[in-house]
Write a protein that binds this ligand. Structure first.
Ligand SMILES: Nc1ncnc2c1ncn2[C@@H]1O[C@H](COP(=O)(O)OP(=O)(O)OP(=O)(O)O)[C@@H](O)[C@H]1O
Length: 955
């Protein structure tokens, strides 16, 4: 039996969907094949035809098609109002009724009542007592509805079962409704064109069997407003509903409910079973598909591994795209347009030509307004900080010192530290300070050093000044502070709290100042200043001065240079940058402000970021592009300059080019070795006879027999055999170094500045003075520095891996080759400074650790001609710096590396064949044998002596 009311389930799209033929449900009878065929046929009919047919049908039934349409619109609107998301929910002709806005709860209630009414009607029909209207309504429905083949969906099925009906689809019902509305619209259009239509006597509830009760109510009320016929029809319907409801309530329809719930349960079970089967099927299909793929299909084409994205992508543009500078163009300092006097000074020092790094950096760093500067006056605020990567021995020191000194020559801040150069080792401090002193000659600029070798107090006195100023008020304040520290205020007093607060954050320097004030002249306050304009320091000693040297501060700094920056930024110097930055950026206290600053501050016109312009320059031969490290430097508008040798186009480069590999010159990550460097490597087996190999190497390949004064060769003695193993050059050099250090240090910061006119001072420096000096020809002697020829007296630097290894090798060489004793120098951490022991005409052999690997240019004015790596370096970077101690500034130089079997693989892969190293010639492998059996015997004796020394004599 067909239900009276069914619920609409709106289709997804109601507006754009073409009119779909409506499914006719024949009183719950299953859809037949004939119906389906008829359906199809109906779908093929044009809308006009359908409309006409429907109008005719209605007329036959005596119904008014217009009324029917209006009712349908009302129904449709009621449905649409349920789903706000559906477009076109507004009715065209009919205002939404109250019922359309009924809350859901009420709708459900009504729906329930309708269901009951329907059941009662069914019951009545079975018993033959059914009201006459029901079949009439059903007939009307039958006449109006068409059949749809829409597939069954769970919702529709469910609602059909709930309603006790075998209705295939709720969604289809909605489509029926939609079609009806469309038919109605078209019909109305047709009517308005003048087509006459007879009004049927009875309104007909159209739509399918899924009409909701709520909508039914709405229809009834709406119909009452529409006209008497519709009203009549509604009354009948309401009567049916009321009657059914009452009867239903009386009947107590428990059995039906039980029956329906069991049907629903079955349906749910079968639905879930169907879903499960569907899933299993799809899994099986998927598995089958995979198996088939595995078995039958050829393996999928290998997707090419994406190109490894270089870190450039993550770098800021200044690092990713550095400025490359090549050494193709020769230029003199005069060509750089720097002041003539400066060019002359450089020429006198032997530097006529500006090296590539100097050509690039000097104009860039010269302050605006000075001749030769890249930036014009007024651009002070936008001057860039600079990071430089340039090969070893390329002249970086002068490249940064010259512009700095030129700037100070033009504008010097008296009594303030203007420039700070930080380098990793004390040897380098001395070397850089020596170059700076040679450049400041003729000016009052003062250069100081902070190395940590001498007494701290002495160093403090050298780099700061102190004088007492009459200042009773200041004196009283400081004296009061001192008093409160000695006699703290009463716990109950107001001052006690502030006293406690202050004592928690005691400023070491202030305490010292208070002490010096109260121990000095009454009503006088000590004032401090900087004794130097340029300070060259190691990071450790610098921090000590920041912490505890009165008058030492960095708040007036205009230049900050970090030479060997990658070394300074590595983990060993952790905390250095933080402390440095903190001091650089801290606000100046009143004592540190000058009159101008105080005035501008009082007028609120002081702009710290403009007034305190500090230029930072960071350099290295192996400059890091580690952005995290560079970020900590707080560089402003930074520029990266990468200097590559112009004529470094040797075989290795050509080979590299032929292989299609990118040249190191185009990469900021690669390293470049000096073009005049020749590299050799020497295999030493398992390393047990390494000392013998090094002796043979020095004798046959480097020194040659001619350098050894046979007459001086000591006969082996008991001591030489190891009995006096402790008396090595280390202890000797220690004592000598200490004496030479004090005299040198005292001179270092003042000599140049004191003798402003003595431009020839450099020539009077004795050859054996142990301050590292630049090679300087006499003025006028040559227009450019004489390159170090291979015929020069050999100065050999031997690298070992540790102090222990250096000491041991020194001892072995002294005993294996006693004639070399005067030539040997051991450079250890404990040594104050490198001082070679041999005479200028004699070869020099310096045995050192990696502390000599960075920056060292010469020993006692003697350029290093040979580097021997007795122990292999730990890293490629270390290799680059070690071998870079020779072949500097266009001089020739040889580097020899000894390696054992165990080290061979690393050395060959990471050093000799390293792709990121640019070298003029490939590394040459040389075999060195110790043929002298007598030497081997001696070696065994020396070793035995050393063993006895350690473990006690066994004989
Ligand atoms: N314009 C120049 N003409 C000739 N020689 C120069 C010139 N400038 C510097 N030199 C010399 O070049 C040598 C190397 O200079 P410097 O020590 O500055 O090299 P560097 O680039 O700092 O090397 P490293 O990276 O190893 O520290 C020094 O002996 C120096 O005297």
């Amino acid at each position: 039996m067909a239900p009276l009311y069914k619920r609409y389930i709106p289709a997804k799209s109601t507006t754009e969907k073409p009119a779909t033929p409506v499914k006719l449900v024949q009183n719950g009878a299953p859809e037949s094949a004939t119906t389906t065929t008829e359906n199809k046929r109906k779908r093929e009919r044009s809308q006009e035809e359908i409309l006409e047919r429907k109008a005719k049908k209605l007329k036959k039934k005596g119904l008014d098609p217009e009324t029917v349409s209006v009712e349908k619109i009302v129904e449709q609107n009621a449905i649409k109002s349920q789903d706000a998301s559906l477009p076109g929910a507004q009715s065209e002709n009919v205002e939404p009724s109250q019922e359309q806005r009924l809350p859901m709860k009420k709708r459900h209630k009504l729906e329930k009542e309708a269901r009951k009414a329907r059941k009662a009607a069914e019951k009545d029909k079975e018993t033959g007592k059914g009201p006459a209207e029901v079949p009439q309504v059903s007939a009307a429905i039958e006449n109006e509805q068409t059949i749809d083949e829409a597939p069954v969906i769970a919702n529709g099925g469910e609602s059909a079962i709930e309603a006790g009906e075998d209705v295939p689809n709720g969604a289809a019902n909605h489509e029926n409704e939609e079609t009806e509305v469309k038919v109605k619209r078209k019909k109305r259009r047709k009517d308005s064109e003048g087509a006459a239509a007879q009004v049927p006597e009875e309104p007909v509830i159209t739509g399918n069997a899924d009409v909701e009760p709520a909508e039914t109510t709405s229809i009834a009320e709406q119909a009452a407003e529409e006209g008497p016929k519709a009203k009549k029809r509604r009354h009948k319907l309401e009567h049916v509903l009321e009657g059914s409801t009452t009867e239903d309530a009386n009947a107590g329809d428990d059995e039906h409910l039980r029956k329906h719930s069991s049907v629903l349960g079955k349906f749910q079970k079968s639905a879930s079973r169907a879903i499960r089967h569907q899933q299993e099927d799809s899994f099986e299909k998927l598995a089958e598909h995979q198996v088939v793929q595995d078995l039958e299909l050829p393996p999928p084409e290998r997707t090419p591994t994406p190109e490894f994205e270089t870190e450039d992508a993550a770098l800021p543009s200044w690092l990713a795209k550095p400025t490359f500078v090549t050494g193709h163009n020769k230029a003199t300092f005069r060509d750089l347009n720097i002041e003539a006097a400066t060019a002359d000074r450089l020429w006198k020092l032997g530097f006529a030509e500006a090296l590539p790094v100097q050509q690039a950096l000097v104009p860039l760093l010269l302050p605006p307004g000075i001749s030769g500067a890249t930036y014009p006056p007024g651009t002070e605020a936008v001057l860039p900080d600079v990071a430089v990567s340039a090969p070893t021995g390329s002249g970086k020191t002068i490249a940064y010192l010259l512009p700095m000194i030129e700037a100070l020559r033009h504008q010097r801040q008296h009594g303030k530290l203007s420039a700070l150069v930080v380098v990793p080792t004390r040897e380098l401090v001395m070397q850089v300070a020596a170059v700076a002193e040679s450049l400041v000659k003729g000016s009052s600029i003062k250069v100081g050093m902070a190395t940590g070798t001498g007494r701290f107090k002495d160093e403090q006195d050298k780099i700061t000044t102190r004088h007492a100023e009459y200042d009773p008020a200041g004196y009283k304040q400081l004296a009061d502070e001192a008093k409160s520290q000695i006699h703290p205020p009463d716990e109950d007093s107001d001052e006690f709290e502030s006293f406690i607060g202050q004592s928690g954050q005691e400023d070491k320097k202030r305490q010292q100042w208070i002490q010096e004030t109260v121990s000095g002249l009454v009503d006088h306050v000590p004032k401090y200043g900087s004794a130097v304009d340029i300070l060259v320091a190691t990071p450790g000693r610098l921090l000590e001065h920041i912490d505890s040297t009165l008058g030492f501060n960095l708040v007036h700094l205009q230049w900050l240079v970090l030479d060997e920056a990658d070394k300074l930024l590595d983990n060993q110097n952790e905390g250095f940058l933080e402390s440095l930055n903190a001091e650089l950026t801290r606000p100046r206290n009143e004592e540190e402000q000058d009159a101008r600053e105080r005035y501008l501050r009082s007028q609120a016109m002081w702009e710290d970021h403009k007034e305190r312009r500090l230029r930072k320059v960071v350099l290295s031969a192996t400059m890091t592009r580690d952005i995290s490290k560079l970020t900590s430097l707080n560089l402003r508008r930074p520029k990266m300059i990468v200097v590559r040798g112009g004529d470094n186009n040797g075989d290795a480069q050509a080979e590299e080019g032929a292989r299609g590999e990118s040249s190191v010159k185009e990469s900021a990550d690669g390293f470049e070795l000096p073009p005049t460097l020749i590299e050799y490597c020497v295999p030493v087996g398992d390393g047990s006879e390494k000392p013998l190999v090094v002796v043979e190497l020095l004798r046959s390949k480097i020194l040659g027999d001619s350098h050894i004064d046979e007459a001086k060769q000591d006969k082996p003695t008991e001591k030489d055999n190891g009995v006096d193993a402790g008396s090595d050059s280390d202890s000797d050099s220690d004592s000598e170094d200490t004496s030479s250090l004090s005299s040198d240090d005292s001179d270092s910061s003042s000599s140049a500045s004191e003798s402003e006119d003595s431009s020839d001072d450099s020539d009077s420096v004795p050859q054996d003075q142990d301050v590292p000096m630049l090679d300087r020809p006499l003025p006028g002697e040559s227009t450019k520095p004489t390159p170090q020829s291979s015929a020069l007296t050999p100065t050999i630097l031997i690298f070992t891996s540790s102090n222990e290894s250096a000491t041991r090798l020194t001892h072995l060489l002294q005993n294996l080759q006693p004639s070399w004793r005067p030539l040997l120098t051991t450079l250890l951490k404990t040594n104050a400074k490198p001082r070679i022991r041999s005479k200028p005409t004699e070869p020099a052999i310096v045995i050192s650790t990696d502390r000599a690997a960075r920056g060292l240019d010469a020993f006692s004015n003697r350029p290093i001609t040979h580097v021997v790596q007795y122990d292999v370096p730990r890293t490629l970077t270390s290799y680059v710096h070690r071998v870079g101690r020779t072949a500097r500034a266009g001089r020739e130089g040889d580097a020899w590396t000894l390696y054992t079997h165990a080290e061979a693989r690393w050395f060959v892969n990471e050093v000799t064949k390293a792709k990121n190293v640019s070298r003029r010639t490939p590394v040459e492998r040389v075999k060195v044998f110790m043929a002298d059996e007598g030497m081997r015997e001696r070696y065994q004796k020396v070793l035995a002596g050393m063993r006895d020394e350690v473990f006690g004599s066994t004989s």
